[in-house]
Structure formats: structure tokens, C-alpha cells
Design a protein around this ligand. Sequence first.
Ligand SMILES: [Cu+2]
Length: 159
Amino acid sequence: MLARALWLTALLTGSISFASAHDVQSDQLRVAHPFATPTPPGVVNGAAYLDITAYAASAILVGAQTPVSKSVELHYMQMEGDMMKMRHVSAIEIAKDETLTMRPGGGYHLMLMGLHQPLVEGDRFPITLEFAQQDDIEIEIWVQSALEGSADADRHHQH
Ligand SMILES: [Cu+2]
């Protein structure tokens, strides 16, 4: 019984440090819990989501690059009447001390244009975020279902 409890503790502790390693911090920005949703075969574009906190000064995200797609666009999705519409934006500004939160279902996301192959749950790939006045940030994206990715990302911020 005790052995089992210890084993569980080790497992839990392991998963917590695993999760907290899943973000990148520069002297000005913190990028947390990036994930992308799996794409069905034949779908050419994918979407990735992450949270960016600007804690030293405001920041402007101007683009991104990844080896898994031809290009990456910054998109904003919202309801127009009863239609969900995606809009391409050239930049996203994050005010000082604010967090830009991207989640499936609406708002900002990174659109992976022209995937070289489908995104499969469990895969990981790098993405480089480009900012107007700060250094690029490279971070690893995890492919997770929308539900799981959102839940993990939200949990990630409860500290
Ligand atoms: Cu989009």
C-alpha cells in the first residue's frame, strides 16, 4: 500500500514538473502551454494556440514560422451573424502585464497554412514566434485534442 502511494506521488510530481517545463520565458515575455489540434487527413491547414504574457513592456507579435507548414498566419475568429469567420491580422499587440490567451472556438490563433503532413495527437514540433521589438522565441508545440489542450493550458495558469 505504501509502495503504491509512493509510486503515485512520484508519478504526480513527475507530471507536474513535466507540465511546468512546457513554457519559455525571456527577460520580457513568457510563452506558455502551446498546443495544436490534430488535423483529419486531407485538411491542408492546422491551428495552434498558446498564451503570451508581456511583463516587462508591451509586445507585438508579428508572425511565426514552423517546419511543419509552408507558412503561419495570425488569425482572429469570431461569429458574424450565425457564421464563424476567420480574419487574417498582421500583428497582435499584448499590453504590458497582460496575457494573450489563445483557445479553440474563437479569438486569436496561429493558422498553420499548407501542412506538409497531418498533425497527429502526440506529435511535437517547434514554432518560432516573431516580435516587433523583442527577440524571436522558439517553443515546442504539442498536438492535443481541443478539449485536452485547453484544459491543460487552463490548469497551467493556476499558479
Ligand atoms: Cu485561422
